[in-house]
Design a protein around this ligand. Structure first.
Ligand code: HCA
Ligand code: CU
Length: 375
């Protein structure tokens, strides 16, 4: 696999993440989160698009004042005024985006292909003249004609852009299509290629990883997969997959993932998914008797990721699916020793209560006591 050792992660929680329906971060929350993301070890932090609102502008200013290891990037359109905002605030990097698909050219801008190229070139040259480091994003790149996309990439590269990003704005790529598209752009350009995937078909993480396999240098993520509609690849999924499946030793502090997730959950107040990979409540919870029995002996039997590596704990559910070994294990933890016959009786009782979804410790202690009376 071709993944570059020099790969980078751009966190867009503070920019695209705030575009999640129902979400608005305070400037204070943004500062807290940016500091944590920096300690975690992301390479770029997108600070926001200053033209959106006064508070986003203020947020970009406040975030830019922080001393961070991560590179700071403001977001904006290919317009003089958006570029002037970023220059006025003094952010080192700017991500300029412009829709290059036929849909964007016709319905967003009402321009021809060559008029769009002129606008793009003007904006990029203007930004470079002002001393900005620039990433140019072809918005809706995945629905842009390939020849035109390459033309745009080469134009911005020749105009001095530092990075070229492909946005799968409506999430319609597949891992195979991503690989073909990214390989081609990487081959045609000398500057690093970034990829921004959306999760409309649930393939954002797979597509982002595929982009890295094809030679992309940087992928965009957001904590908890926030973003427009179905969001971006979740930060946790990308870095844990890179670490565990691709054996890449990033400088990421994986043990911070649960707290990052909790922090963002507390800011957004959105419902979290119990079966979300890595961060979901159930990600390290085992239920079927056969599973628990095996995991007690060797956790790897049913775990691809160790919860300890993420400072998370493993849990076992006691319900009608429970087997002897799982029940015995739980009772041992509670300091209760039972005979094989008592264990059988307790298990029968549990299996005859399908309505009980998760026997907690106190309920098990009471059950044991009531069985002792019966025996
Ligand atoms: C947007 C669209 C965008 C831009 C990506 C980028 C997309 O929210 O303005 O500028 O890198 O998905 O195309 O997020
Ligand atoms: Cu986006």
């Amino acid at each position: 696999m071709l993944i570059r050792q020099k790969l980078e992660i751009l966190d867009s929680t503070l920019r695209e993440g705030e575009q999640t329906p129902g979400v608005s971060f305070t400037v204070k929350q943004k500062i807290t989160l940016a500091k944590q993301l920096d300690i975690f070890g992301v390479d770029f932090i997108e600070l926001g698009h200053p033209a959106v609102s006064p508070d986003v502008y203020e947020g970009v200013e406040a975030l830019n004042d922080l001393s961070l290891n991560a590179k700071k990037m403001a977001h904006g359109r290919a317009s003089k005024s958006d570029i002037n905002d970023v220059v006025a605030i003094g952010v080192e990097w700017m991500g300029i985006f412009f829709g290059t698909s036929p849909l964007s050219l016709k319905h967003k801008f009402n321009v021809t292909k060559s008029e769009a190229l002129k606008r793009i070139q003007f904006a990029v040259e203007y930004g470079k003249d002002k001393g900005l480091k620039l990433r140019f994003t072809a918005e809706d790149a995945s629905r842009t004609e390939l020849d035109y996309l390459i033309q745009v990439g080469q134009l911005v590269q020749n105009s001095g852009v530092d990075r070229f990003s492909l946005a799968d704005t409506v999430g319609c790529l597949t891992p195979t299509k991503t690989k073909i598209l990214v390989s081609r752009l990487v081959a045609e350009l000398d500057i690093p290629v970034h990829v921004h995937c959306h999760n409309d078909f649930g393939m954002a993480t797979a597509n982002a990883l595929s982009a890295l396999e094809a030679g992309a240098q940087c992928v965009d993520v957001a904590v908890n997969g926030l973003g427009e509609r179905c969001g971006l690849p979740p930060l946790a999924e990308i870095v844990v997959a890179l670490t565990n499946l691709y054996k890449i030793n990033g400088k990421w502090d994986l043990g911070m993932i649960p707290e990052l997730t909790k922090m963002v959950d507390s800011f957004t107040k959105l419902d979290s998914n119990v079966n979300q990979p890595i961060v979901g409540k159930n990600a390290f919870t085992h239920k079927a008797g056969l599973h628990v029995k095996a995991v007690v002996i060797e956790p790897k039997s049913y775990e691809a990721i160790s919860p300890e590596s993420l400072k998370r704990k493993r849990h076992f559910v006691i319900d009608k699916f429970t087997g002897k070994s799982a029940l015995k294990n739980r009772l041992n933890h509670l300091g209760i020793s039972v005979s094989p016959k008592e264990l059988d009786c307790l298990l029968i009782e549990i299996k005859f209560h399908p309505d009980k979804l998760n026997w907690d410790d106190n309920e098990l202690i009471s059950l044991t006591k009531s069985q002792e009376i019966k025996l």
